[in-house]
Design a protein around this ligand. Structure first.
Ligand SMILES: Cc1cc2nc3c(=O)[nH]c(=O)nc-3n(C[C@H](O)[C@H](O)[C@H](O)COP(=O)(O)OP(=O)(O)OC[C@H]3O[C@@H](n4cnc5c(N)ncnc54)[C@H](O)[C@@H]3O)c2cc1C
Length: 396
């Protein structure tokens, strides 16, 4: 292990791995990543849907850049990790349809290829589903899916090939500021570094607590499952049923990965339940039965829960930690971290390459800088990130 790396990254999920890759590409180094168990966090549990059906133009830009990077890295390293399959949201209730229409108009203004579709086209796009006369949809044919752990592995492999060291199995046990450098402890080892980046997903709060730098970020639990229909499902556009609040995407070997079951309450990552709830599985079975009759006999192959991080404005927290020179945060993705990680990491790598205070590089992160919440640490409602707009209804 290097005694004095330039950058230490805490966490090798998709965000930390992408950051290590981007730092190496910019010639910043040496870089060391610590992770007690790479890919054991949200990245190893995510659905991997990439969609531009979002409510924030800054985010849409980030997702576009990320998607292009995943496409090109997968093409050369692991073509099975990325596929364009499209994405459709559908709804039938009046509130949901209003929200869908408003989103379609907004997305049109932001040049997103997402078009409203009527019942006839919806039935062609999603022939496995049963719709009512009121159903309509919003379809973005260019949206994609990835295997999140494969994308993170590609980043890690490329980073290591460029000299980044991964200390897998090493948990960071202490972190302290010592003048111009940070001292990171892992067991009996102490290393000093100029820049330290906290990219430890739901565990980031525990790390920040050690250096008394709290930010408004709350871990919450969300669930997913893999089902095997008989015969297997063909590749289909990922979908989000707004009435049922269930989403699904095609998985390998004809299987279907379905999820939601988001619980809008704070959880402690050290006490989280990683198994899915029986009530979540029952809800999925009921929705498959009612809405997806072609798959209603699908066998449940596995289910699980993972932790995402909410922030008060549902934007991530990326950039310097106020009052802690040389320390940065890369997290708070509100359930959308896979689709944002590549471009988010690239922008943070630019900032670190600039020495940590480049004006242009800070401006590129302006909407997500942790400093926007300086002093605001009170409780806030957790709202899911997988929504269409900023409305108070948790489904949208
Ligand atoms: C069920 C589910 C479905 C999802 N679906 C999607 C989706 O379709 N699309 C999408 O964009 N996003 C989705 N997400 C969200 C996405 O998974 C996360 O936003 C993203 O993976 C976060 O990546 P990360 O690298 O920040 O964190 P993580 O992947 O959680 O990685 C954090 C890493 O930090 C490590 N760590 C912990 N403690 C320490 C320590 N002390 N020192 C060093 N390292 C430490 C952990 O071992 C872990 O490897 C989903 C999440 C879940 C749970």
């Amino acid at each position: 292990m290097l005694e004095t790396p330039e950058v230490v990254v805490l966490g090798a999920g998709v965000a930390g791995s992408a950051l290590a890759y981007h730092l190496a590409r910019r010639g910043v180094g040496p870089v060391v990543i610590f992770d007690p168990q790479p890919l054991s966090g949200a990245t190893g549990r995510a659905a991997g849907i990439l969609t531009e059906q979002l409510w924030d133009p800054w985010d849409i830009e980030l997702v576009r850049e990320t998607k292009e990077e995943y496409r090109s890295l997968s093409a050369s390293r692991d073509p099975s990790a990325y596929a364009v399959n499209g994405f459709v949201r559908w709804a039938s209730g009046p509130d949901a349809l209003r929200s869908l229409d408003a989103a379609a108009e907004r997305l049109r203004c932001w040049s997103v290829d997402a078009r409203p579709i009527d019942l006839g086209e919806l039935s062609r796009v999603a022939p496995y589903a049963r719709f009512e006369a009121e159903h309509r949809g919003l379809y973005s044919p260019g949206d994609a899916i990835v295997t999140p752990s494969s994308i993170a592995t590609i980043y890690l492999d490329l980073a290591r090939a460029s000299g980044v060291s991964l200390e897998a199995g090493s948990a960071m046990t202490s972190l302290a500021s010592g003048g111009e450098r940070w001292e990171v402890g892992a067991g009996s080892t102490r290393i000093r570094t100029r820049h330290v980046v906290v990219a430890a997903g739901a565990w980031s709060l525990g790390i920040l607590r050690r250096i008394h730098r709290m930010v408004p970020m709350v871990p919450y639990r969300t669930q997913a499952a893999v089902l095997r229909p008989e015969p297997g499902a063909d590749v289909f556009p990922s979908f989000h049923d707004l009435d049922e609040d269930v989403y699904a995407r095609p998985d390998s070997r004809g299987r279907v990965l379905a999820g939601d079951g988001t619980e809008l309450v704070a959880v402690d990552p050290e006490r989280a339940r990683w198994a899915a709830d029986a009530s979540f599985e029952a809800h999925l079975a009921e929705v498959f039965d009612r809405r997806l009759p072609v798959w209603k006999e699908a066998r449940l192959e596995g289910s699980w829960a993972g932790l995402c991080l909410a922030t008060p404005d549902r934007r991530p927290l990326i950039g310097p930690l106020p009052g802690a020179e040389g320390a940065y945060l890369l997290g708070g993705f509100n359930g959308f971290g896979v689709m944002r990680a590549g471009a988010a990491a690239a922008r943070l790598a630019d900032l670190i390459a600039s020495g940590g205070s480049g004006t242009k590089e800070l401006a590129a992160l302006a909407p997500v800088l942790p400093s926007r919440f300086r002093g605001e640490l009170g409780p806030f409602p957790i709202r899911p990130g997988f929504t269409l707009d900023e409305g108070p209804d948790p489904r949208f």
